[in-house]
Design a binder for this molecule. Structure first.
Ligand code: KIV
Length: 271
C-alpha cells in the first residue's frame, strides 16, 4: 500500500477506533528522515522514535546513554519525513524519573522542538505522577510495561518478564492504572502470550506487543531488526523480512570490485 495525495493523519483516536473494530495496529521504529519516509509511504500507522536508537544508531550496549537532545534530533528528522503516521517519541532514561516537573519539561521539549505527536514512558505506578502531569499538559502518553529496557540493570537480563504470579499481578495493576490516568496505548514487551491476552481484553485502550504474542491489539518491531540490519540479534519473537546486512555488504563489495577494476564509472556514468 502507498499513501495517496489526500493524506489523512493517524491520530490517537484512529488507534482507538482500530481497537474497537478489531483491526490490528502496526508500529515500527524510525530514527532518520530516509527510513521514516519509507515506513510512512508503506502505510505503517505509528512510527516510534525509540530510545533503541541508542543501540542501533549509536552502537551502545543499552538504551541508557541516549540523551534528550539526541532523541529530539532523531525525532525532528522523522517529523520532516512523515505525512501520515502518528509519531511517538521515547522519553529517554533520566529525563522523567527524577520528578514530575522534570518529566513535564522533557515532554514539552520533545513536543516543541521536534514536532512529534506523543511521548512514550517506561513503567507503571512508579511514574504515575509524571504521566498525570504530562497528560494534563495535553501531551498524549503511550505506556510501556513488561521488559522495560531502561531498567535492564535492575532486571539483570533481557529474559521474558512477568512469568511469575506476583510480577504478572503488578503488570495488570499498572496497565489498568495507565489506562485510568489517560494513556492512549500501552506497549507490552516480552511477556507471556496469555498475559498479553488477558491485559488486552481487560483494557479499552490498545496494547502494542513486542515479544508478547498474537493477542496484542498491535505489533511493534525495531526496524533494523526486522530488516536484518542488526545481524546478530535473533530472539524468538523476531521475524526478519530481509537480510539487509548481507545484501548491503554484497553491494559494497561489488562497488569496491568495480572501482578497482576501472569498470565504474563507465562512459555513460560521466560528463
Ligand atoms: O525503543 C524502542 O525501540 C522500544 C520498542 C522496543 C518498543 O521501546
Amino acid at each position: 500500500m502507498s499513501v495517496s495525495k489526500e493524506v489523512k493523519r493517524v491520530t490517537v483516536h484512529v488507534l482507538q477506533a482500530m481497537k474497537s473494530k478489531g483491526e490490528k495496529i502496526t508500529m515500527l521504529t524510525g530514527y532518520d528522515y530516509s527510513m521514516a519516509r519509507i515506513l510512512d509511504e508503506a502505510g505503517v500507522e505509528v512510527i516510534l522514535v525509540g530510545d533503541s536508537a541508542s543501540n542501533v544508531m549509536a552502537g551502545h550496549e543499552t538504551t541508557l546513554p541516549i540523551t534528550l537532545d539526541q532523541m529530539i534530533y532523531h525525532a525532528s528528522s522523522v517529523v520532516r519525513a512523515v505525512k501520515r503516521a502518528l509519531i511517538v517519541v521515547d522519553l529517554p532514561f533520566g529525563s522523567y524519573q527524577g520528578s514530575s516537573r522534570v518529566a513535564l519539561e522533557s515532554a514539552i521539549r520533545i513536543m516543541k522542538e521536534s514536532g512529534a505527536h506523543a511521548v512514550k514512558m517506561e513503567g507503571g505506578e512508579e511514574i504515575a505522577e509524571s504521566v498525570k502531569r504530562i497528560l494534563s499538559a495535553g501531551i498524549p502518553v503511550m505506556g510501556h510495561l513488561g521488559l522495560t529496557p531502561q531498567s535492564i540493570y535492575k532486571f539483570g537480563t533481557y529474559q521474558v518478564r512477568a512469568k511469575e504470579e506476583e510480577e504478572a499481578e503488578k503488570l495488570k495493576h499498572d496497565a489498568k492504572l495507565l489506562e485510568e490516568l489517560g494513556c492512549f496505548a500501552i506497549v507490552l514487551e516480552k511477556i507471556p502470550a496469555g498475559l498479553t491476552k488477558e491485559v488486552s481484553e481487560s483494557l479499552t485502550i490498545p496494547t502494542i506487543g513486542i515479544g508478547g504474542g498474537q493477542h496484542a491489539d498491535g505489533q511493534v518491531l525495531v526496524t533494523h531488526d526486522m530488516l536484518g540490519i542488526t545481524k546478530d540479534f535473533q530472539p524468538r519473537f523476531l521475524r526478519r523480512y530481509l537480510e539487509l546486512f548481507d545484501q548491503i555488504q554484497g553491494a559494497v563489495e561489488q562497488y569496491i570490485k568495480d572501482v578497482k577494476a576501472k569498470d565504474f564509472p563507465n562512459e555513460h556514468e560521466q560528463y
